[in-house]
Ligand binder design. Structure first.
Ligand code: ADP
Ligand code: MG
Length: 243
């Protein structure tokens, strides 16, 4: 069976900077994949290219059998890819419920159906009771959950979480990890998660992919990746030695 997502030699340039350099990877349906790498490694750029927010300069992206390399974000969303943003992008003046309704309206025109789905997802993400609050008034942890609820409302097959746990306290992080596991197990969504805290990403991920300076330097089981000398050097900062 073909992988759910296939990125083939994707390159993205910003002027002279190569944010992604011939990145190839595959994500199988049912996986939780951790995407890690130092700041500026190109993780968010890769998410931007997969979701059609940007297009790669070279290479190809195939999702669920469809070439989406030049496809618009709304269409990619309808094909079944949803994401959250590293810096949360809730619609601040709308209520929490309305934010999630926006996601649900990608799948239905019926407002009552969208509201029912949004309500169920607020429940699922443990935001019950916050539905009528303006999104801007939520705590960071709740805003991040709200973004996840809004993404889930689009009924994704693949969910891309960009630093869904950064800035959270250890207790909030543990709750977020539990939520990711429930999304995977109960909703059967395939997940790719960008996360900096190794203690979080390693036990959560079936497989870990490492980017460094836009290049994929490792892709494998978490236990193997943490022992990879190139990965260790990338994280310890001695990049010249890694080259
Ligand atoms: N829209 C943009 N315009 C110019 N440079 C960008 C843009 N987005 C990202 N970059 C640059 O691309 C590189 C990779 O960034 P990013 O994908 O955000 O990395 P990460 O998410 O791994 O921290 C960085 O050097 C960043 O400054
Ligand atoms: Mg980023």
């Amino acid at each position: 069976m073909a992988p759910l997502l296939q990125v083939e030699s994707s390159t993205k340039r910003f002027g002279g900077l190569l944010a992604n350099r011939e990145v190839s990877l595959a994500i199988e349906a049912g996986e939780i994949v951790g995407l890690i790498g130092p700041n500026g490694a190109g993780k968010t750029t890769l998410f931007n290219c997969i979701t059609g927010y940007m297009h790669p300069d070279e290479g190809r992206i195939v999702f669920d059998g469809a070439d989406v390399t030049r496809t618009r974000p709304e269409r990619i969303c309808r094909l079944g890819v949803a994401r959250t943003w590293q810096v949360v992008r809730a619609f601040g003046r709308m209520t929490a419920l309305e934010n999630v309704v926006c996601g649900a309206l990608q799948r239905t025109n019926r407002i009552a159906e969208a509201r029912a789905r949004a309500g169920a997802l607020l429940e699922f993400t443990e935001l019950r009771g916050r539905g009528d609050m303006p999104a801007a008034t939520l705590t960071l942890a709740d805003k991040k959950r709200l973004e996840i609820a809004r993404a889930l409302a689009t009924r994704p097959k693949l969910l891309l979480l960009d630093e869904a746990m950064s800035g959270l306290t250890p207790i909030e992080t543990a709750a977020a990890v539990k939520l990711v596991r429930r999304i995977h197990e109960e909703l059967q969504v395939t997940i790719c998660v960008v996360e900096h805290v190794m203690e979080v990403v390693m036990p959560l991920s079936h497989r870990v992919i490492v980017l460094d300076y836009g290049v994929k330097i490792a892709d494998g089981a978490p236990q193997a990746v943490v022992r990879d000398s190139q990965v260790i050097r990338a994280y310890l900062g001695d990049r010249r030695a890694a080259r």
